[in-house]
Design a protein. Structure first.
Length: 171
């Protein structure tokens, strides 16, 4: 848990250095406010509670509205909503095809992932998504190498880590 909080704090600090104290910082910060507890809960319980996902969506929408209004940027919020819809559609397709390998909570989280990544641009969405899945693949390989067959891997920690890596490298 300390590692996660440290990583999130370092990410926000890096974004602050890059962006300054601009309204743009509101969106990733609001995402991280609920992503950290969601990640910890998923790692411990393999569940992503709807009430916390709902709070996350509310915070993201409020932050995007505030940041867009303050900076008079109406492209980033539109791109973020489009990215959220695209990533959710991708996760729904995976959910329908993969069965038990991806949970309904992961599908609900996909909208937040897509929103915060697309806010920073399409390349960031692509990098964050691929990084999250690559980290999950490494985690699954480690679990299998240890001989732990049938273990359900919590996906949210890997997906959120992919977002943090992408945001840390975002222009």
């Amino acid at each position: 848990m300390l590692l996660v909080v440290s990583l999130v704090s370092a990410t926000i600090a890096l974004l602050t250095v890059r962006c300054g104290l601009s309204p743009t910082l509101c969106v990733p910060s609001s995402f991280l406010a609920t992503a950290v507890p969601l990640t910890v809960l998923d790692a411990k319980t393999r569940r992503l509670p709807n009430w916390l996902l709902g709070i996350g969506y509310g915070l993201l929408l409020a932050a995007a509205a505030a940041a867009g209004s303050a900076s008079r940027d109406f492209v980033s919020p539109l791109r973020a909503v489009t990215g959220a819809a695209a990533l959710t559609a991708f996760f729904v397709a995976l959910y329908l095809l993969a069965g038990d390998d991806i949970g309904g909570g992961d599908v609900k989280l996909a909208g937040q992932l897509g929103f915060v990544l697309a806010w920073h641009g399409w390349p960031t969405l692509l990098v964050g998504t691929i990084t999250g899945w690559a980290l999950a693949a490494v985690g699954a390989a480690v679990v299998r190498a240890r001989g732990s067959q049938g273990v359900v891997l919590p996906l949210a920690p890997y997906l959120v880590a992919g977002v943090i890596v992408a945001l840390a490298g975002a222009p």
